[in-house]
Each structure stands twice: as C-alpha cells, then as structure tokens.
Design a binder for this molecule. Structure first.
Ligand SMILES: [Zn+2]
Ligand SMILES: [Zn+2]
Ligand SMILES: [Zn+2]
Ligand SMILES: [Zn+2]
Length: 652
C-alpha cells in the first residue's frame, strides 16, 4: 500500500488518511462482516430482532476494536464512529446510563460505550431482556462464551446459568449442562436450539445430513432418531458420537437388510404379545388401546398399520427386539455373505485401508480392482438367474460400489463377518480340494503335504471354479480316469474318423473307376446305376460303428456306480486298498452338491492383502489336517477313522 501511494508528498501514507475516509472505510468493512458473521439460530427468528441486535453489537465491537488498533490516528478517527452511538442505544435503550457521558470530562462515544456500558453490564442479561435495563451496571466477573469470547456477567449468570453459545438464559429449561467438551470446550451449558444447530453445522457431507434426518432431524432410523433426540433434548452424548452412530445406521440401512429384518422381528414379537394377551383372556380392545399408546402419532390406529411400518414404531420395542435378536449382527453377516456369493471378495478392511490412503477414491479403487466372477455350475442356478446371466454381471455393480462402513468399529464388525462368511462359504469346497489332493496323491504314491503346500492362492481359486469340488463325496480317482478316458477316446475317435475317411475315398475312387468301365462296356443300364447308388448311400461312413465313436461329449461321470467301463482301463497303480495320511470323508454313490455356491472371481491377482489373508486363512484351515502330528499313535487313529468312515477303499 505504501508503495502504491502516489502524490507530491511522498512521506504520507494511509495513517494520514482523513478521518471521514477512515470512518467510511470501516463502515463498509462492517457491512461486509455483518453479512457473513455468525448469528445463533436462537435469535434468527423475526420476532427475536432485539436479542439479535444486542448479540450482533457485542460481536461487532470486537471487529471495530480491531480496526481501531491499526494505528493511533485510526483509533482517534473511529472513536467517534456512529457505530458507538448505535451500540449504546441498543445496550441501553432507556438511556439509563446517558448521564454518565455528560460528566465534565466528556466521554467519547467509544469510551462511553466501552467503559460505562459494555464493561459494566451483564451481557447475558442484556441479550435475554433487551427492552429493559436489566443487567446494566451489574457486571461482577467475566465468563467465557463460544462465539463472543469473554463477556462480563452478573452474579446470577454463573457459567452454567446461560447457553455458552447464544447466551440464552437458563430460565429456558432447554439450557442444560454441556457434555460435549470436544466441540465446545470450556462451555458449561448449551441450549436446545444451539445443539440442534451445531449438530447439522458440523456435517461434512450431504450424506451425513441425510443420515441425521435432514434439517428437521427426523431420521427414518429409530436408533439415529433416539440418539439425536437424547443429544438435542437432554444434552447427552457428543456431536461426534451422534454423527458416527447416524452414519453407521445410514450405512446399515442402505446396504443391509436391517430394516426388513427389524420389521419381521417386530411383527413377530407383536404377534407373540398379542397371542399372549389373547390367551390370558384380556379383552381385545384393551390390547388395541395399549398398542395405540406405543405407536407414534404418525401411525393411524389401524390394525394392519403397525406391521407395515416399523419406522413409526416405538423405539423401545425396536430396541429390545434388535438387541435380543442380534438383528444388527444378522444383517451384517447377511451382507457379507451376499457379497461373497456374488463373487466380490474384496474385504471391507481393505476398503478401509484404501479410504485412509485416499478418502475420495475408495470406491474408485474397489471398482478398478473388481474382476468378473463366474459360477462353477451355472446350470444349478435358479432359472431367472440363468436366463439373464449375460445381462446381470457378477459381482453386481451396486455390490462393487458399496461404500466402506463409515466407522472403525462397524468396519471391524463387517470384516469379521466377511471372514466368517468367507469361511462358511469356501471351507466345504476347500476341504474337498484337500480330499482330492489326498486321494490322487495316494493313487500316485506322492506326498500330499508337498503337493498341497505348493498350491498358491491362484491354484486354489482355479480349483474352486471347477464344479467337482462343490460336490461332497466325489470319487476323484474315477473322475480322473474318466477325464483321461475321455481324452483317449476322443483321440481314438479322431483316428477312426480319419481311417473311415480314407476308406471312403478309396471306395469312391473304385466306384468311379468301375462306373467308367461299365459306361465303356454297357451304354445304358439303369439297374446297375441304381445298385451303385444304393451302395453309395449305405457307405460305412454313416454306419453305426462310426456314430458310436463320434465324440459327442460324454456326460460327466459322477457316480461310482457305473464303473464297468472304467474297469476296462487299467488304473495307474491299481491298488485295491489305499491308506490316507488324514481322515477323509468316504466316496458317496451319488455325490451331493454343496447348497450355497458362490461366483468365483476369474483371477485373484487383483485382490488386496487383507482379502488374500482371509482367503488364505480358510485354505490353511482346510489343509491343517495334512500338517498334523505324524507319530504312529496318530497315524493309527487316522487309519481307524478312515476304516470306520469307509473311505479306505478306493474303487478303481
Ligand atoms: Zn445477568
Ligand atoms: Zn443457545
Ligand atoms: Zn508329509
Ligand atoms: Zn501324535
């Protein structure tokens, strides 16, 4: 500024500005400030204009004094700014203290306001009773307030006797002790209006505001509603707690079936109560009347209405039902299970990690790492799933885009549920993989431990994409032989076909030659011509033997029953009895399909570390029997178990 000052007298600067100009500058600055400065919601209603003016005057005094401290000439210029006369009139509307200004020493408007009025009045008294002279000249000490800083207060207005934010007096019963030291440190009491206002003010995102129930703070979720109500009405808890709870509940409602489950639970418990009441011969009207008390005003007193909409129901009933039934746990587990069944094996814990690294792009990361998943046995899916398999990708985009659980405890719960469900879904199949390894190694005479230890995550996933491991009691030896036989048969059929083709061509050539010879000797003999045609149609190309050997894909042989063909082929080692290093389940005549089969990602390479860990943990558990004690006592126990289970004999 100094450098841009141009004029004949260069030693002059802005401290030499004419006094009127300084006052004009500050008037405009003050206008700007007051347009954006904070006014508590308590005083924002139209009819609260007097308290609002008092509050604003005290607030703006600070700004004015900042300007006055720029330099001594500015101080002098602003001492007579009109603001001070205005301020004095607002704080002392009845001119009770005017006589003080008319002393022989003559106070400047600033000094009169600052020292005769503001420093000696109780600001809470003035804000709450602006049209009287209450609180003038009664200041005894100062108290810290959240917005206005330290203000003088009277003897009655000790710190917990007024709202530390808007200065509302504690005669209003909504002014209660402040429990939220994080948000308002050093404030002893807050009022209802300020608590509600700041709860929404501290929201970071529209989603958070939505979770809290919008401007009216009426969330659809009963627990959120309850937490908000306790905080706003009773001043219990902190803003952070309420916010994180609201976000958790919001997430649960958006992503899990918690609302539905609650409805069912409530309906069931309602039904039970009603049954009880009916049994105890209480009149039905009484039960109805009782229920009406429980229902909120939003619910019409129709009989079926209470089962339709649990949101409007009494929070206590919901709370009891939710706690007792563990509905929240059920909902999270259900969510995790659906995620795994749909082939999205990206754990919530990894999502959390991704969020910590880049808060904005956590879902982007999940989307970029999502790989398509395929079903091991699509023919087993329900018909509606089968038909639109192409139209509906797996994992579904909504599943992939699901937000991370918003709080650490909820995310931990979700991760635990994920691990539990991953185990529940994959363990039966992984145990079958181990069983397959053990059986095949026993036939080949190889150590299954070494083979199993060589399996990496990708190998296990590849096995999981094979339908065989989703059958319990699969006869792996026969299956492998069938696979081999299929291969050899296909090769044999190919050779056969080539041979037939060669033979046919030779015969055709011969026929051709014969015909030519015939044409030479007998010019028109239709009968011989016909005969030749007939021989052509019944050519061995289409004979039954050829049809048999054409490689129409043989049905998957799953039963050990039809082994008559398999017996023709010599098995690799053809042992009659095999011993297994671990106890395995016996071969079943008709292997049974495991009930819930997930979509399996086409590759595991994209999965982040914690998801892989969860996957590995299940595999490790499935392999555990292979790496148990190998002393003779234990080995004998295993053999005994296998003999009892009937899994020692492997049909060849
Ligand atoms: Zn007071
Ligand atoms: Zn307040
Ligand atoms: Zn071993
Ligand atoms: Zn042992």
């Amino acid at each position: 500024m100094r450098s841009t000052y141009k004029g004949k007298v260069t030693h002059r600067s802005w401290q030499h500005l004419p006094q009127e100009l300084v006052r004009l500058i500050v008037t405009h600055a003050l206008l700007d400030i007051s347009a954006n400065a904070y006014v508590p919601k308590s005083w924002e209603q139209r009819d609260q204009w007097l308290p609002r003016m008092v509050f604003n005057v005290v607030r703006d005094t600070d700004y004015m004094e900042n300007f006055m401290n720029v330099c001594p000439p500015w101080f002098a210029a602003l001492e007579t700014h009109l603001f001070w006369a205005q301020a004095a009139a607002v704080l002392d509307p009845l001119d009770a203290l005017l006589s003080l200004q008319r002393t022989p020493t003559r106070f400047s408007p600033y000094n009169h306001f600052r020292y005769n009025i503001l420093n000696r009045c109780c600001v809470p008294c003035r804000v709450n009773a602006p049209h009287t002279s209450t609180g003038l000249w009664t200041a005894k000490r100062t108290a810290y307030t959240y917005v206005l800083g330290s203000v003088p207060v009277c003897r009655d207005h000790v710190k917990d006797r007024f709202c530390g934010i808007c200065l509302r007096d504690a005669t209003d019963e909504s002014v209660l002790e402040n429990e939220d030291g994080e948000t308002w440190s050093g404030i002893d009491a807050t009022c209802r209006s300020c608590r509600a206002e700041w709860l929404l003010r501290n929201c970071d995102s529209p989603r958070e505001r939505e979770a809290l129930g919008g401007r009216s703070l009426r969330s659809v979720d009963w627990e959120t509603r309850q937490a908000v109500d306790t905080f706003v009405e009773a001043s219990e808890g902190t803003i952070r707690e309420v916010r994180s709870l609201a976000l958790e509940r919001h997430w649960l409602r958006r992503n899990t079936k918690i609302a539905e489950m609650l409805n069912h639970a409530v309906a069931a418990s309602r039904y039970a109560t009603r049954e009880e009441a009916a049994h105890s011969r209480t009149s039905y009207t009484y039960v109805d009347g009782d229920n009406d008390d429980d229902l909120s005003d939003a619910d019409p007193d129709l009989d079926n209405a209470d089962t339709d909409d649990a949101d409007a129901d009494d929070a206590d009933l919901l709370g009891i039902t939710e706690d007792a039934g563990g509905v929240r746990d059920l909902a999270i587990n259900d969510w995790a299970r659906n995620r795994i069944l749909d082939g999205h094996w990206y754990s919530p814990a990894d999502q959390w990690q991704a969020m910590l690294q880049s808060p904005m792009s956590q879902s982007a990361e999940a989307i970029s790492t999502a790989v398509p998943a395929i079903h091991p046995c699509p023919w087993n899916l329900p018909p509606e799933e089968q038909t639109d398999a192409e139209a509906r990708p797996h994992p579904s985009p909504t599943m992939v885009r699901c937000d991370v659980p918003p709080s650490f405890p909820l995310c931990t719960a979700a991760y635990e549920a994920f691990k539990r469900q991953l185990r529940a879904v994959l363990f039966p199949a992984m145990r079958n993989i181990v069983r397959k390894i053990v059986i095949e190694c026993a036939v080949d005479g190889v150590d299954p431990c070494i083979k199993a230890a060589r399996y990496d995550v990708e190998d296990v996933a590849r096995e999981l994409r094979d339908v065989g491991v989703w059958y319990n009691g699969m006869d792996w030896v026969t299956r492998r032989q069938n696979g081999e036989r299929e291969r050899t048969e296909r090769e044999r059929a190919k050779e056969e076909r080539e041979r037939e083709e060669r033979r046919r061509r030779e015969r055709e050539e011969r026929n051709e030659q014969r015909r030519e010879r015939k044409e030479e000797s007998v010019t028109d003999d239709s009968s011989s011509e016909g005969k030749s045609d007939a021989s052509h149609t019944t050519s061995p190309v289409l004979s039954a033997s050829t049809l048999q050997t054409t490689p129409s894909p043989p049905p998957l042989v799953l039963k050990k029953g039809d082994t008559d063909e398999a017996q023709v082929l010599p098995s690799p080692t053809s042992p009659t009895t095999l011993t297994f290093p671990i106890a395995i389940s016996p071969v079943l005549d008709s292997p049974t399909l495991i009930p819930s089969i997930p979509y399996v990602p086409v590759t595991m390479a994209q999965l982040p570390p914690l998801s892989i860990d969860a996957f590995k943990a299940v595999w490790r558990e499935a392999c555990a029997p292979l790496f148990q004690c190998r002393c003779t006592i234990c080995e004998r126990a295993v053999q005994k178990a296998n003999i009892e289970a009937g899994s020692t004999l492997v049909p060849t």
